[in-house]
Design a protein around this ligand. Structure first.
Ligand code: PDD
Length: 285
C-alpha cells in the first residue's frame, strides 16, 4: 500500500507530496513540528501535543493554519488512510512560501502544513527496551531556545550520527557547565543511588517533552521522589539507573553512558515499571 501524506489541503501519494523550493521550512528551518504516538489507531496525548505546537508557533509568530479541532481531523485522516495501528504521526508547519529573504514575508504567507504517518514495529521496540540502549555524551552546541520545537535539528542530527558511529543509539547533550540537558531526540533522566528521580527543569535548554510530563504525573501518583533539576555527567555515570523519554520511545532504559555501565548494566526496575505503566497516565483520543 502506498503511503499518503497531507500537504496543504490535499491527501497525496508520497511521490506527489512535494514542497515548494522557496518554502521557508526548507530554506531556513523556519518551521515547527510535532510527533505523536499512535497506538491501537488512536492518537496519544494529542491535546498536549497541540498545545505545545501552539506555543512553538506563538514563539515564532507563525499562524495556526487551521483550528486545533480541524487539525485533529487531518491527523486522524492521515492515520486512517495509512492504516496505522501502532506508529507515529508527524506534522510540520512552516512560515510558508516566499521569495528568499530572512525577514518575515509581507504580506504574510499562508503557513505550509504537512502531515505524514508511519508504522513502527512494536515487537522491535519492546525488545530494545528489554535490552536497554547505549548513550554517548556530546557538547550541547544548539541555540538558546530549544524549548521551541523547530525543525532546525542539525546539532541533533550530528549528535545522533556520532552515537551510531560509536556503537550507541542516543547522544546526551552536555552544557558548558557540565550539566546534561537532554538527548538528541528525547529527555534525559537518572535515578540516584538514594532512589530519587532526576530530570532537568524545563527551561529554554530542553524541549518540554510531553512524555516527560506524563512520566512526572506517573511518578507523583506512585509516591516516588522526583526532582526537576540539572544533573552533571558525573552524577549520571554514578546513577543507579538512567533512561530517556519521548513519544516514540516512551520510557527507554539506558544501560551505558560513554561506555560505562549504569547500575548493573541492565534496564533498571524504575524505568521498566514506568514504561509498563505509561499508558495508564497518557490520554488516548
Ligand atoms: N523527539 N527532546 C528532544 C530534543 C526531542 O526531539 C524530543 C522528541 C523530546 C521528547 O519530547 P516528547 O516526549 O514530546 O516526544 C525531547 C521526537 C519524538 C522526534 O523528534 O522524533
Amino acid at each position: 500500500m502506498s503511503r499518503i501524506a497531507y500537504v496543504d489541503g490535499r491527501y497525496l501519494p508520497f511521490r506527489e507530496a512535494k514542497i515548494h523550493v522557496e518554502d521557508r521550512g526548507y530554506q531556513f528551518s523556519d518551521a515547527v513540528y510535532e510527533v505523536c504516538e499512535v497506538r491501537g489507531g488512536r492518537l496519544i496525548d494529542e491535546r498536549r501535543h497541540i498545545e505545545r505546537l501552539q506555543r512553538s508557533l506563538g514563539a515564532l509568530r507563525i499562524g495556526m493554519p487551521m483550528s486545533p479541532r480541524a487539525l485533529g481531523v487531518v491527523l486522524r485522516e492521515v492515520v486512517a488512510r495509512n492504516r496505522i495501528g501502532y506508529g507515529l504521526v508527524y506534522l510540520q508547519i512552516s512560515r510558508g512560501v516566499a521569495r528568499r529573504d530572512l525577514a518575515f514575508p509581507v504580506p504574510e504567507a499562508a503557513p505550509t502544513l504537512v502531515v505524514t504517518a508511519r508504522l513502527l514495529n512494536l515487537a522491535r521496540n519492546e525488545a530494545l527496551a528489554a535490552k536497554g540502549i547505549a548513550v554517548i555524551s556530546v557538547p550541547d552546541t544548539r541555540w538558546g531556545r530549544v524549548d521551541i520545537k523547530t525543525v532546525g535539528l542539525l546539532p541533533n542530527v550530528l549528535a545522533r550520527q556520532a552515537a551510531i558511529d560509536r556503537g550507541a543509539r542516543e547522544a546526551w547533550f552536555v552544557d558548558k557547565d557540565g550539566f546534561v540537558t537532554e538527548g538528541a531526540s528525547a529527555n534525559a533522566w537518572i535515578v540516584t543511588d538514594g532512589g530519587a528521580l532526576l530530570t532537568r527543569h524545563a527551561d529554554h535548554a530542553i524541549l518540554r517533552g510531553i512524555t516527560r510530563m506524563v512520566v512526572l504525573d506517573a511518578i507523583k501518583a506512585q509516591g516516588l521522589t522526583v526532582e526537576e533539576r540539572a544533573f552533571t555527567l558525573a552524577e549520571a555515570y554514578a546513577a543507579r539507573e538512567a533512561f530517556v523519554t519521548s513519544a516514540t520511545q516512551l520510557v527507554m532504559p539506558v544501560v551505558s553512558i560513554d561506555g560505562r555501565p549504569i547500575g548493573d548494566g541492565k534496564p533498571g526496575p524504575v524505568a521498566t515499571a514506568l514504561r509498563r505503566e505509561f499508558h495508564r497516565y497518557a490520554e488516548a483520543g
